[in-house]
Design a protein around this ligand. Sequence first.
Ligand code: C2E
Ligand code: CA
Ligand code: CA
Length: 591
Amino acid sequence: MVVAMLWSAALLSVMGFFYLSHRHAQSLRVHAEIVGHSATAAAVFDSEHDAQDLLRAFSSVPDVDLARLRRPDGSVLAEYRRPGAGPSLWQRVGRVQRLAVPVRANGQTVAWLDVQAQEGELWSTMAALMASLAAVMLVATTFTHLVSHRMRAAVRSAEDRTRFLAHHDELTGLANRARFGTALAQAVATARHHGTPARLLCVDVDDFKQINDTRGHAAGDQALRDLADLLRQLVREGDLVARLGGDEFAVLLTGPHCDGASERVSSELIARLRALSHAQSPCPLRVSMGGCRIPDDARTPDEAMQCADMALYEAKRAGKGTAVAYTPALGELQRDRQRLQQDLHAGIHRGQIELAYQPVFDAAGQVRSVEALARWTHPTRGAIGPAEFIPIAEESGLIVELTLACMARARADIDAWRAAGRQPVPVALNISSRLLLRDTDRARFLGELQTLPLSPHEVEFELTESVLFDDLDNPDSILVRLQAMGYGLAIDDFGTGYSSLAYLRRIRCRKIKIDRLFVAGVATDRDNALMVESIVRVAHSLDMQVVAEGVEHAADRDRLVQLGCDLLQGFGLCEPQTPQALGRWLAGPTP
Ligand code: C2E
Ligand code: CA
Ligand code: CA
């Protein structure tokens, strides 16, 4: 840039010089010719005095220091010399220009006018020109330098930021997934080749969606930053904490003491989060953690991530807010669960899901309804209980298909009872909370209800407390929709959730099913009896029926009736039955 400017300046100066020099010579010649022309008479008459007067005209031409009128024989007629001190600085550095102009009369040369001039003015003009050029260049260079300096700084900071973001997470400033992947691969290689163990800990925020939903995204971001800070404080120099995305974090601990360090990090993290939650937040921040040991549990980075993920999954299943370490048995358990999930998927479509019906009796021993309980006969493993496959269906999303399959089964069984001349009673279907989470699933469920159809005289629904209470303020809730359509609803497993009796007033279901936890031993257990009694009192004041579930003993049954329970269900009265067997419990053919 500067070189280009210097070149341009040099070029401009040279061009300027030639232009000025040409102008200077021309103007001198014009002056000389005018004076020469005027000097014709003085030359013809050889008048020295007149010639002297004429030559004095050169005093007004600055650079002329000598003018002389010569006769044709060379003798001097008159001369003008600029008075004063010697030549100026510019005149000294400049060249001398000499000029001889003929003075003519009638075509004859009667004299010669010699003019001698310095190029002083030319040089001073050149000096001024170059000074201005230098000034312009100086300003331009300074400006260019400033601008380019700023630009370079901006580019450098953009480059630094890009480089940082390539390896870091923007929100928390922790290492990102890419950087973590590299570190994990290194740790695995070091562990395998040099025997230095490492521990991988996957950390996942529990119910993060709830934090976002209830407190807003800014609070969600802050929670992630708080967690990142805590993790940073807990690890040692050389360990790595990363945010893998969303609410997932990972910690890589290396070296011989990594086992102890991993335990310390997880227990401290849980303790500190608990303290933090008590201190400020209405919506506590909790995490689940899953860890594995390298190279013992995993011999590749992918395996390490899988093992830690499995352990994390187990921590979530164990009730969240805990840390679980990977074991080979745990891996086997999860692989087994995956196989079971695939089999369940196939089983639902191959019609392997059937329903067992457990009657619900009134105090007089009459069957008033039946609860439909899903049964799965696995082609090789035989009967698998719902306690095992319902959670798998819920986690994998298969619960929608499973529920629709159960509804279709109920329809077929009711038709079969009717065809056999039996008088069907309402069938209670269990509805999972997971089924009602997504709008599309709700729509499929409601659509199927109408397509089959299953009328409010034929079926009712059992939903757990959590579903009903979560949905309480939603005007489009499943609770409101089903009730508006005339279906009876029962609150299942009542007493196991966190809700208070006060909420019952807002739900207004037809039935409450007291969980068997409070039913078992009610004949002898005073606390349970008190619990049942107060539930009955509140439910009756709200026109709800109370069902005691899991009744196993006659003594409990009698006590429950005494405490005011309207309906009873349990192995002690009747175990779940096949549809065919249930037919025998239903009222016989109508005459
Ligand atoms: P739940 O809705 O509380 O169903 C009652 C469970 O208690 C049934 O177990 C039933 O067999 C059992 N039970 C009944 N009487 C007694 C008793 O006297 N003593 C004992 N110990 N247990 C008794 P099951 O069939 O294994 O079902 C377990 C759970 O699986 C059900 O609990 C329900 O939450 C779920 N489930 C079953 N079928 C379905 C279904 O079709 N859809 C959904 N979403 N969940 C279902
Ligand atoms: Ca139930
Ligand atoms: Ca129940």
